[in-house]
Design a protein around this ligand. Structure first.
Ligand code: SF4
Ligand code: SF4
Length: 92
């Protein structure tokens, strides 16, 4: 059976920013490369017992730079398209 990981999901203006704390080893490229400077260290601990990254959700533009620079695939960014937003509204 496959292993499952806990996802911490943050609602951001253009979609969702997601971190898998069990995969985050606290190395920092996500924080260093975020163009909006909206990532910081959280109180939660990750894979190496070091703080995990978390987002200041209101400033995230969902461009995926952080996810692209994470060597451990600990971040995912789910960017909503205009179409997806319309669907979300229709289904409440
Ligand atoms: S780059 Fe990935 S593993 Fe490193 S601190 Fe950021 S989220 Fe965690
Ligand atoms: S998606 Fe972009 S703005 Fe949002 S946290 Fe990642 S790098 Fe920063």
């Amino acid at each position: 059976m496959g292993r499952t990981f806990t996802a911490r999901v943050y609602r951001v203006p253009r979609g969702r920013w997601i971190i898998f704390p069990e995969l985050c080893k606290g190395c920092g490229p996500c924080i260093e490369t975020c163009p909006g400077d909206v990532l910081r260290w959280s109180q939660g601990l990750g894979a190496c017992g070091t703080p995990t990254a978390e987002v200041d959700a209101s400033g995230c533009i969902a461009g995926r730079t952080c996810a692209d620079h994470c060597p451990d695939c600990a971040i995912d960014v789910d960017r909503e398209t205009a179409k997806a937003r319309v669907r979300t509204q229709h289904h409440g």
